[in-house]
Ligand binder design. Sequence first.
Ligand SMILES: [Zn+2]
Length: 55
Amino acid sequence: MTQTINTIDDLINEIYESNYSHLEFEENMGGEACDCHIHTTLNTIAFYAGIEVGE
Ligand SMILES: [Zn+2]
């Protein structure tokens, strides 16, 4: 981790970048929502932050 996490956006971006290949792959598949810990974490953070994210 190279950046300081100051905001929810920073946190989500950091998680997203760290798991880019998985998240991009899942997005490109375009089908069922993934329930792995990465997606669950992102969705949970986004939910409490009031951010709309793709499933
Ligand atoms: Zn996933």
